[in-house]
Design a protein. Structure first.
Ligand SMILES: Nc1ncnc2c1ncn2[C@@H]1O[C@H](COP(=O)(O)OP(=O)(O)OP(=O)(O)O)[C@@H](O)[C@H]1O
Length: 228
């Protein structure tokens, strides 16, 4: 049985800027299974954000096939995508996705609530990520690293099956990253999540099951000898 969370074949996506057409992705293929962490690296402007946004339904491909949880993108309505983002796909961007008017605990409870869950493990998540002491604070009262860990706790609180993330450790100092990276991977493995991790952090990339490079519009297995 094929248990791929994502299957993409020959995807292409371009943008139009006035009369200029920018072809960003062309002939991109990808398969991601539950329990698998895949790192995506690539130069600035290569289309990494575009790819994440195709996979969470915020952008549509121009052509190609995309299946998410076994469903063809052409069969998914905007409501279906919204439901997937609420319950099954967590997207975690560098600047976090916290609601500024809610404390950290309430952000977690809210995120879990959207997925129809109660945040039973909210306190445990905060303790694991070493931010229990700031649970009562609002996002603008946190450091960049604390905010990023709070956003991570929110992403896990919704118990996603797929996590799409852009530099999940980008705002963390070295010591905090050393602590948070193993927790991040423990959470992925324990929950058998599929994770697509856009990163420039070699340590994070090396911990993934595969490293793919986005170059000239498509994903290829990363070859450090060629890329260096
Ligand atoms: N809304 C848009 N309209 C026009 N061009 C866009 C749009 N969004 C992105 N682009 C262009 O598409 C290309 C890919 O952008 P994208 O943000 O996906 O790259 P990236 O690999 O995530 O870059 P970075 O690492 O710098 O964040 C870039 O040339 C960018 O200028």
């Amino acid at each position: 049985m094929n248990n791929a969370l994502i299957q993409a074949q020959n995807l292409s996506r371009s943008y139009r800027n006035g009369r200029e057409q920018i072809s960003v992705l062309h002939g991109l293929s990808l398969e991601l299974r539950g329990g698998e962490a895949v790192a995506v690296i690539g130069p600035s402007g290569s289309g990494k954000s575009t790819l994440l946004n195709l996979l969470n339904g915020l952008l549509l491909p121009d052509s190609g096939q995309l299946q998410v949880f076994g469903r063809a993108h052409s069969d998914l309505t905007e409501n279906d995508w919204a439901e997937l983002r609420r319950t099954r796909i967590a997207t975690l961007f560098q600047d976090g996705n916290l609601i500024p008017t809610l404390t950290v605990s309430r952000n977690i409870a809210f995120r879990a609530g959207l997925a129809g869950l109660q945040a039973h493990d909210g306190e445990a998540l905060l303790a694991q990520l070493d931010i229990a002491d700031v649970a009562h604070r609002y996002p603008d009262q946190l450091s960049g690293g604390q905010r990023q860990r709070a956003a991570l706790a929110c992403a896990f609180a919704m118990r996603p099956e797929l996590i799409l993330t852009d530099e999940p450790t980008g705002s963390l100092d070295y010591a905090t990253a050393q602590r948070v990276v193993p927790l991040f991977f423990d959470a992925i493995r324990e929950r058998a999540l599929g994770a697509l991790i856009v990163t420039h952090n070699p340590e994070l990339a090396q911990r993934c099951d595969r490293i793919l490079e986005l170059r000239e519009g498509a994903l290829r297995p990363w070859d450090s000898a060629v890329s260096s």
